[in-house]
Design a protein around this ligand. Sequence first.
Ligand SMILES: Nc1ncnc2c1ncn2[C@@H]1O[C@H](COP(=O)(O)OP(=O)(O)OP(=O)(O)O)[C@@H](O)[C@H]1O
Ligand SMILES: [Mg+2]
Length: 328
Amino acid sequence: MLLTLARSKSILFFGGKGGVGKTTVSAGTALAMAAEGRRVLLVSTDPAHNLGHLFNRDVGPRPVRLAPNLDGMELDPEETVNQHLEEVSGSLRKLMAPHLAGEVDKHIELSRDAPGMQEAAIMEKIAEVVELAAKDYDLLVFDTAPSGHTARLIALPEMMSAWTDGLITRRDKAERFSSVLRNMGSDKSVGNKIFGGNEKDPVADRESSIRSLLNRRRRRFSDLRTALSDPARTSFVIVLAAERLPVLETIALHGQLRRSGVTVGGLVVNKRSPEDKGDFLKERRLQEEVHLATLREALPDLPRQDLVLVAHDVVGLQALQRFAEGLE
Ligand SMILES: Nc1ncnc2c1ncn2[C@@H]1O[C@H](COP(=O)(O)OP(=O)(O)OP(=O)(O)O)[C@@H](O)[C@H]1O
Ligand SMILES: [Mg+2]
């Protein structure tokens, strides 16, 4: 199921609760696709990165080669927030009168720890990866943070474009106002006096540079929105354990994603108890079936792949390759 799904998409997201195996399953899928000859970029968006641990090597915010055809990177929320705030503060300073610069700084410092800030920054980075990596890779695989964050993240492009649209509307008003002033009567310098312009009209220059920055960001988010809500291109895979709460959360997450226009392409039930390793695990497996029946009832048409619990952690390329062989 998983590989069939992956073969037909260019963007895959893996989400689910903490510790269920998102990193392992997404990396296994990425590795299998790379082995089939597709150029794959594996991206961890989880602030608690573990690609490095899984591949036994340093993976940073820029792509590194992990295996033939497979590159990996970890989005760095701290660095991203700093970059994001610098850019926002730069454009705010341009928008505001110079004596308000102190206010801008205060606003930016408060924003740094505002709820949703890291998610917004990560979303911006995801949008950038989707835009820039498309020409170098055939498949982007995103290993995301545990579920609550993921759904918020996915719903964010709307909020982000609301933010840029708000600024653009305000700019439009300001621009119209300034053009009225500039054209008032025969004295064209009235507007310039108020806006501090001169013959070369730096106000217009400044406005067009802010506008192009806002428009670039806005376009990037709307492109991301388009990509995320195109089921032919993008799919979301929920990884879960066959337990009561994870099943209920999976059903809820599926609903959230659907409401924000993202198609869930499949479910991976990981760490299933093996059938043939003694009575205890056999009984455990039967208990799992009870929870999976709830899942099937709620999401009857969703393809599902079960992966069995193995004796050892999956660490290192070889172990991952073996793990990937169990995918289909
Ligand atoms: N089928 C499996 N059998 C045995 N161990 C597994 C299996 N799948 C994953 N693991 C192990 O479970 C642990 C958690 O897996 P992983 O890091 O992939 O989960 P995660 O969902 O990415 O966690 P987090 O939410 O913390 O990012 C790892 O030690 C991994 O090796
Ligand atoms: Mg992980």
